[in-house]
Write a protein that binds this ligand. Structure first.
Ligand code: MG
Length: 233
């Protein structure tokens, strides 16, 4: 049965304040080897699912580690933060609670490692809000690839033009828009230099999830249709 609409949430940088953790992990991982990240490197790995980022890291720095070893090291460095320290972004719990209370189907659409994602959701007690998770890694796709979005929509029985994505990464906003999703671009400090790109590829932008709370009285698409000075269309 097709559902009327599904609201997809990105995890890192949208629901949880984790992008800085990955910056630190990259710094620590490379500094152990006497290396420093370049802007090109940081931009590439920030947008990539784990296996692609690990292969890129090996090739970019000519490391002898296998991609599997690199992923294991990253996972170990990140797990403690996801399980114990990374906070929710402001408004995340209230928004999920409000949407859940009015029966909106919600799902997670993330490039994060499943075990890290699950650790963070469990820490914050968020599992109950989601009908399910779509892990881009398990589909073998990057979230900046528009092909990931029809697959996610299909998984939850919804056509792409009835799906909403809340997302902080500009390239992912662009890919989701190209795939027919309605996109709410969510500000995160990590992508502040590219905020204009987020705005250019989103139907609405918000500086904080708290900005969406006044729109909880309408239907799902009221999240994207509210008067907003930063709206593109
Ligand atoms: Mg993100």
């Amino acid at each position: 049965m097709e559902v009327l609409s599904v609201i997809f949430f990105d995890l890192d940088g949208t629901l949880i304040d984790s992008n800085g953790v990955w910056v630190q992990i990259d710094l620590d991982f490379l500094s152990r080897r006497g290396l420093t990240p370049t802007t090109e490197y940081t931009d590439m790995v920030a947008h990539s699912i784990f296996p692609a980022a690990a292969r890129f890291t090996r090739d970019y720095y000519g490391l002898s580690d296998s991609p599997e070893d690199i992923m294991a090291q990253w996972r170990d460095m990140a797990y403690n933060a996801y399980a114990h320290t990374i906070p929710l972004k402001p408004g995340a719990r209230a928004l999920l609670e409000g949407l859940s209370a009015r029966g909106e189907p919600m799902a997670l659409l993330t490039a994060s490692l499943p075990e890290l994602c699950r650790a963070s959701l469990a820490r914050h007690g968020l599992n109950r809000y989601f009908q399910g998770f779509f892990f881009a890694q398990e589909a073998g796709l990057e979230k900046r690839d528009p092909a990931v979005y029809p697959l996610a929509a299909e998984r939850f029985g919804c056509s792409p033009d009835r799906c909403i994505l809340l997302e902080d990464a500009p390239d992912n906003c662009a890919a989701a828009s190209a795939a027919g999703f309605t996109v709410v671009g969510v500000y995160d400090d990590f992508y502040s230099p590219r905020w204009a790109d987020v705005a250019a590829h989103s139907h609405r932008t918000v500086r904080s999830l708290e900005d969406l709370l006044p729109d909880l009285n309408g239907g799902a698409f009221s999240l994207t249709a509210s008067p907003c000075t930063e709206r593109r269309i």
